[in-house]
Design a protein around this ligand. Structure first.
Ligand SMILES: Nc1ncnc2c1ncn2[C@@H]1O[C@H](COP(=O)(O)OP(=O)(O)OP(=O)(O)O)[C@@H](O)[C@H]1O
Ligand SMILES: [Mg+2]
Length: 1020
C-alpha cells in the first residue's frame, strides 16, 4: 500500500538518492558486521512492516556466511530469544517451537498477512499458507505443505495454525462454514484417538496424517480428505515409563458423565485399568482430560456422528479397557482359563461362551476338520492384546472414514487442493523398535522427495531464466532408502521373507539374515559386524542404521511379531458376533480368511508411502521445518547441540546452499521495480518501459557491479546479500522522506478537497436560487396571462350574441371548437337517428341553418359550395325583426333592375324601396320560389294571382341568395316550395300575362332582355 501510495508523488530532486549520496554506491559497501547492521536496523526501522526483522535476518538466504552452521545457529538463536520463531530459507519456513503462547496468531495478524508477498512482512506460517493459497488460486494447481521435524518440534501446532488461517481467510457462506467447522473439529477428535503423551511430547501424534483441503474456484474451502498412516497400535496395550495410552481413554474415564460410565461399567479411576497405568503417569499437569473430553464430545456431533455411533464408539473404548483387565489362570495342564472375570459382560455384547473360547483357544483347520487348540497363559495374553490392538486400530480407521464422509464434497466441479502433511518426525529413543524403524524410514522417504523437488525446481528455475547452473554438493539419502526398501535385498524384503518362511523364524534369525545379506553396507552395522569400538555401543540383538539424520540403534526384539500383526482367525470370528455396529463393520464377514496371508505391516506401510509420494509428486511443494529448541519443553531455552543436530539432519544447510548456489536473491522484475523504483529519478514515480528495462535502469543508477547480479528472463538474480542490504537500506532512508512528502501532499490534498467542496457547494446554491427565482417569475407570468385569458373569456361570453368581433371571436371559436369536439365523439350511430344529433349552443344555430341550406341546394345549384364557408348573419339590414336583405328587383315589364330591400317578417315578405313598401307577399299566397340550377343569384317568388292586391311574381337578384331563401323557408315554413329549375322559369307578370326568365351559362355574367322578350340571365 505504501508503494502504491507513493506512486503518485513527485520526487524532490535534492533529496533523491543518487550514485553520489545513495548508501548503495560501491564505496558504502564495506561489509559491516552482522551485529552492527542489526543495531542500525533496530534504530531505523519501524516495528514490523519492513523487509527485515528487528533482530537477525529473516531469510537465511541473505546470510553472508551461508556455509557456516554457527552463523546459521546464531541467527536462529538471536531470533528465538526475541520470540521471532519463524525464519525463511527462500520459501521454506523454519519454525522453532517457543513452548509458550505468543501473541502472533490473532485475527489481526491473519488479516495483516492476507494477500501480502513473502518479502513484505516478517516470516510467518500465515505468510506461507497465504502464498500457497494465492498461488493455487492464480495458477489453478494443487499444492502441499510438508511439515516435518522431530517429535515435539511443533508440526501438529503448525498444521493447526494453517488450518485456522484458511478457516478465517477463505470466503464464507453457511455451507462453507459448515465444512470449515468440520475441518477444524476433526482435529481434536483425531488427536484424542491418535495422540498420546510420550517422553518427547505431551501431545505426540502417534499416526501420520495427510489432509487435503479442497477449494472451489472462488477459494472457498468446500471439502477435505484425510489419509492416516501407521497408527502406533502397540501403545494400546503397552506404554513405556513416563508415557500414556491414547488420550481418549483418559478423557473418557476422567471426563465421562456418571451415567455414561455406569452404562459402560467403568470407574472414574485410571489406576483400575492395566492398559492405562504401565507408564505410571496417568495424570499429567499439562493435560486437562476433563475439558478435552467436552471438546471431543461436542466435536463428534459436529463431524456428523450419530448418537448411536458415538455410543458404540465409547462402548469400544470401554471394552478395550475391560479387555486389558482380563486375567488368565493356568489350569493343571498349563492351559489358560478364564475364571470369574467381571469384565466379560462389558465386552461388546459378545456371548460369554464365544468370548471365552476365542480368548483361550486357537482354531486350527486341518484338512476338512476344525480343531481348537488351547493357549498357554502367555499365549492367551498375547492373543488378548492382539485383539485389543486390532479393535482399536480398526476403530481408528473407521473414525477416519467417518470424518472423511462428513468432509466429502459431492459437487463434481473441479477443485484445487492444498495438502497438509503432518507426519511423525525422526525418532531416536534409548530403545528403538519396529515402530521407530517404520517412522524413520518414512522420514528418509520424505527427505528423498524434498531433495528431488527442491533441487529439481531450483535447477529448473535457473534453466528457465537462462542462467548457468552451478551444481551443489549435497548428501543424497537414496542409498539409505534403497537399503531399507530395495526388492529382495532391502531390510523390508528380508523381514517379510523371515515372517513368511516356513520353519522356526525368530527375531534373531532375521538379524542373522540381515548380517548375511546386507552386512557390507556402509550404513548398516550390528554387534557382530562392528569394529571393537563400535561393538561396545551395541547389544547382541541390535542393528544400527546410519540415517541421513543420524545413527539409530534398533532392537530386533518384536520385529517379526509386530510385522506379522497376527490376529488369530477365531479372534476375528468372535468379533463378528458383537452387537456393536462399529465392530461388525470393522470385522466384516467378507474379509479374506486367514488362509491367504494378509500383507505384512511393513509392506502395507511401504505401499502407503509409495502412494503418498505419488500424491505429493503431483503437487507443488511448500516446506515447514520445525525445530525443537530443548528436550525439557521449556520456553526461552535454546539448546545449541540439539538444534545444531536438527539443522543438520533436516538438511537446512544443504537447502540453503542450494538456494544460494550462485545467487542469494532473486525476484521478478515487476516486484523488484515496484519496491525500489523510488531510488531512481528515472523510474519514479512511473516507469513507462518494460519492468526488465526499468530494473536495468535502476541498478545502473544504484551502481551495481556487473559480477554482482544477473538478469534472467523474468527475474533479477543478486549474488551477494550485501548488495540487497545496501539497496534495502537506501530504500528505508528514502521511504521516510517519501512518507513525509506523502503526508504533506495528503494534507494539501485534503485541504484542497475541502476548498473544492465548499466552492462546489456555493455554485450549487447559486444555481438553485436562480432556478427558484426563474420558477417564481414564470409562475407570476402565468398568473397574469391566466388573468388576461379569463377576462377575455368573460368579455367574449358577454358579447356572445353580438356579431363576430374582436371581443367575442376567441370565445366563439372556443364554443365552436368545443361543440365540434363533442360532436365528433357523439355522432349518431346510424343515418336514421336524425334526432340524436347533439344540440348546438345557441350561437351555433347557424349550423342548423347551414344544414338546411345543404338539404335545399347541395348538388342542385352550381354556386352552392361557395356559400358553405360564408357565415349567415341574422340580418343584413338593420330594422325589421326577422330578416332583411338587399336585392335587385327586375321590373316585370322591361326587366329594369331596381335596388330594393327584401324583408321577412313572421307573416309576410316585403319588397321595400327605402322606407316604402313596394310589394307585400303574404306567406300564405307564396306559391313557390324558383331558382336556376346555374350560378346566378336570381330567385323568382311566385304568388297566387287570385289576390287582386298582388301585383304578380317577383323576379329578384340577391347576393345572399342561399341565406335569404333559407331564412325564408324557415320563417315562412316553406321548405317545399323552393324549386331549382333548369333552362327557363315561367312567371306571372300579372294575372293572365306570363313572362319568362331564361338561364344559361356563359363566359361573362350578364342580365339583359332578350329579343324574345324573355329576361336572359347568363352566369359563369
Ligand atoms: N507455535 C507454537 N506456539 C506455542 N506452543 C507451541 C507451538 N508449536 C508447538 N508448541 C508446543 O509444543 C508442543 C508440541 O507440539 P506438536 O504437538 O505440534 O509437536 P509435533 O511436532 O506434532 O510432535 P509429534 O511428532 O510428537 O506429534 C505443543 O503441544 C505446544 O505446547
Ligand atoms: Mg504431532
Amino acid at each position: 500500500c505504501l508503494t502504491s501510495a507513493v506512486s503518485n508523488i513527485q520526487p524532490v530532486d535534492q533529496n533523491w538518492p543518487t550514485s553520489q549520496n545513495c548508501p548503495v554506491r560501491p564505496a558504502g559497501w564495506i561489509c559491516k558486521s552482522l551485529e552492527e547492521r542489526c543495531n542500525r536496523i533496530l534504530r531505523n526501522m519501524e516495528a514490523s512492516l519492513t523487509a527485515r526483522d528487528r533482530v537477525g535476518i529473516q531469510d537465511f538466504v541473505l546470510l553472508d556466511t551461508y556455509t557456516s552452521e554457527t552463523a546459521f545457529l546464531d541467527n536462529l538463536r538471536k531470533r528465538f530469544h526475541e520470540n521471532l520463531i519463524y525464519t525463511y530459507i527462500g520459501t521454506l519456513l523454519v519454525s522453532v517451537n517457543p513452548y509458550k503462547e505468543l501473541d502472533i496468531y490473532s485475527k489481526k495478524q491473519m488479516d495483516t498477512y492476507m494477500g501480502v508477498n513473502f518479502f513484505e512482512l516478517p516470516p510467518h506460517i500465515y505468510a506461507l499458507a497465504d502464498n500457497a493459497f494465492r498461488t493455487m488460486m492464480s495458477e489453478f494447481n494443487n499444492h502441499f505443505i510438508l511439515i516435518s521435524g522431530e517429535s515435539g518440534a511443533g508440526k501438529t501446532e503448525a498444521s493447526k495454525k494453517i488450518l485456522q488461517f484458511y478457516a478465517v481467510s477463505c470466503p464464507s457462506t453457511k455451507v462453507l462454514n459448515n465444512v470449515r467447522d468440520r475441518l477444524l473439529l476433526s482435529n481434536p477428535v483425531l488427536e484424542a484417538f491418535g495422540n498420546a503423551k510420550t517422553l518427547k511430547n505431551d501431545n505426540s501424534s502417534r499416526f501420520g496424517k495427510y489432509m487435503d483441503i479442497q477449494f472451489d474456484h472462488q477459494g472457498g474451502a468446500v471439502g477435505g480428505h484425510i489419509l492416516s498412516y501407521l497408527l502406533e497400535k502397540s501403545r494400546v496395550v503397552h506404554q513405556n515409563h513416563g508415557e500414556r495410552n491414547f488420550h481418549i481413554f483418559y478423557q473418557l474415564v476422567e471426563g465421562g458423565e456418571e451415567d455414561l460410565l455406569r452404562w459402560l461399567g467403568l470407574e472414574r479411576n485410571c489406576k483400575h485399568y492395566r492398559y492405562l497405568v504401565q507408564g505410571k503417569c496417568a495424570k499429567v499437569s499439562s493435560i486437562n482430560d476433563k475439558s478435552d473430553w467436552k471438546t471431543v464430545r461436542k466435536a463428534l456431533s459436529v463431524i456428523d456422528l450419530s448418537e448411536s455411533d458415538i455410543e458404540n464408539l465409547f462402548g469400544i473404548i470401554a471394552s478395550v479397557l475391560h479387555m486389558g483387565n482380563i486375567k488368565f489362570e493356568a489350569d493343571a495342564r498349563g492351559y489358560a482359563t478364564l475364571n470369574n472375570n467381571q469384565e466379560m459382560q462389558w465386552l461388546l455384547g459378545i456371548p460369554n461362551q464365544v468370548l471365552q473360547q476365542g480368548l483361550t483357544h486357537r482354531k486350527i483347520e486341518a484338512k476338512s476338520e476344525e480343531v481348537f487348540s488351547p493357549f498357554s497363559v502367555d499365549h492367551a495374553v498375547y492373543a488378548r492384546d492382539a485383539l485389543a490392538k486390532a479393535i482399536y486400530g480398526r476403530t481408528f480407521s473407521w473414525l477416519v472414514n467417518k470424518i472423511n464422509e462428513s468432509l466429502a464434497n459431492m459437487d463434481s466441479s473441479r477443485k484445487t487442493v492444498i495438502g497438509l502433511l503432518d507426519i511423525y518426525g525422526f525418532e531416536v529413543f534409548s530403545v528403538n523398535s519396529f515402530e521407530q524403524f517404520c517412522i524413520n524410514y518414512c522420514n528418509e522417504k520424505l527427505q528423498q522427495l524434498f531433495i528431488e523437488l527442491t533441487l529439481k525446481s531450483e535447477q529448473e528455475e535457473y534453466e528457465m531464466e537462462g542462467i548457468e547452473w552451478e551444481p551443489v554438493p549435497y548428501f543424497n539419502n537414496k542409498i539409505i532408502c534403497d537399503l531399507v526398501e530395495e526388492k529382495f535385498r532391502g531390510i523390508i524384503s528380508l523381514l517379510d521373507e523371515e515372517c513368511l518362511r516356513p520353519g522356526e523364524a525368530t527375531d534373531l534369525t532375521f538379524l542373522e539374515k540381515m548380517e548375511d545379506k546386507i552386512g557390507g553396507h556402509p550404513h548398516f552395522v550390528t554387534h557382530k559386524l562392528a569394529d571393537q569400538k563400535t561393538r561396545k555401543t551395541l547389544e547382541r540383538g541390535d542393528f544400527r542404521l546410519l540415517h541421513y539424520a543420524g545413527e539409530v540403534t534398533y532392537c530386533v526384539v518384536g520385529f517379526l511379531d509386530k510385522n506379522n500383526d497376527l490376529l488369530y482367525r477365531n479372534g476375528k470370528e468372535v468379533m463378528r458376533q458383537s452387537k456393536n455396529a462399529i465392530i461388525k463393520h470393522c470385522f466384516p464377514s467378507t474379509e479374506p480368511d486367514s488362509k491367504r496371508r494378509p500383507e505384512t505391516v511393513v509392506t502395507q506401510f511401504k505401499n502407503s508411502l509409495v502412494g503418498l509420494t505419488e500424491i505429493l509428486m503431483m503437487k507443488e511443494p511448500w516446506y515447514v521445518r520445525c525445530i525443537k529448541p530443548n528436550e525439557a519443553k521449556q520456553p526461552g531455552h535454546f539448546d545449541d547441540v540439539l538444534v545444531r543436530h536438527q539443522v543438520k539432519y533436516l538438511g537446512l544447510m544443504e537447502h540453503l546452499r542450494v538456494r544460494r548456489a550462485g545467487f542469494a536473491y532473486r525476484r521478478k522484475y515487476e516486484i523488484f521495480l515496484q519496491r525500489y523504483k523510488p531510488l531512481c529519478p528515472d523510474t519514479w514515480p512511473n516507469w513507462k518501459g518494460t519492468a526488465a528495462e526499468g530494473v536495468r535502469c535502476l541498478i545502473k543508477h544504484l551502481g551495481y557491479k556487473s559480477d554482482e547480479y544477473k538478469m534472467g528472463r523474468t527475474k533479477i538474480f543478486i549474488r551477494h546479500p550485501r548488495t540487497l542490504f545496501a539497496t534495502e537500506d537506501a530504500f528505508q532512508v528514502c521511504k521516510h522522506k517519501l512518507a513525509t512528502r506523502i503526508q504533506a501532499k495528503y494534507k494539501g490534498y485534503k485541504v484542497k478537497g475541502n476548498y473544492v467542496k465548499q466552492r462546489e457547494a456555493g455554485r450549487i446554491e447559486t444555481c438553485w436560487r436562480g432556478l427558484m427565482a426563474r420558477r417564481e417569475r414564470q409562475r407570476r407570468a402565468w398568473a397574469v396571462t391566466d388573468l388576461l385569458i379569463c377576462s377575455r373569456f368573460i368579455k367574449g361570453f358577454m358579447n356572445r350574441h353580438q356579431p363576430a368581433c374582436t371581443d367575442n371571436s376567441e370565445y366563439l371559436a372556443y364554443v365552436r371548437h368545443s361543440y365540434l369536439t363533442r360532436l365528433k365523439e357523439n355522432l349518431p350511430k346510424t343515418v336514421l337517428e336524425k334526432d340524436s344529433w347533439l344540440t348546438p349552443p345557441p350561437i351555433l344555430q347557424e349550423l342548423l341553418l347551414k344544414a338546411q341550406t345543404s338539404a335545399l341546394f347541395k348538388g342542385k345549384k352550381e354556386n352552392y359550395p361557395f356559400s358553405v364557408c360564408r357565415p349567415f348573419a341574422d340580418t343584413r339590414i338593420s330594422g325589421p325583426p326577422q330578416y332583411s336583405v338587399p336585392v335587385v328587383k327586375y321590373d316585370r315589364n322591361g326587366f329594369r333592375p331596381r335596388l330594393r330591400q327584401l324583408i321577412f317578417t313572421q307573416e309576410a315578405a316585403y319588397l321595400v324601396e327605402e322606407a316604402k313598401i313596394k310589394q307585400w307577399i303574404d306567406y300564405s299566397s307564396l306559391k313557390g320560389v324558383s331558382v336556376s340550377n346555374l350560378s346566378d343569384n336570381f330567385l323568382i317568388l311566385h304568388v297566387t294571382c287570385d289576390d287582386s292586391k298582388q301585383k304578380g311574381d317577383l323576379v329578384l337578384q340577391c347576393d345572399f341568395l342561399f341565406e335569404a331563401l333559407t331564412k325564408l323557408s324557415v320563417i315562412a315554413n316553406k321548405q317545399n316550395c323552393i324549386h331549382v329549375v333548369q333552362g327557363s322559369v315561367r312567371f306571372d307578370i300579372q294575372p293572365g300575362r306570363e313572362g319568362f326568365v331564361d338561364f344559361k351559362s356563359g363566359q361573362e355574367s350578364m342580365v339583359y332582355r332578350a329579343k324574345n322578350g324573355h329576361l336572359m340571365v347568363v352566369s359563369l
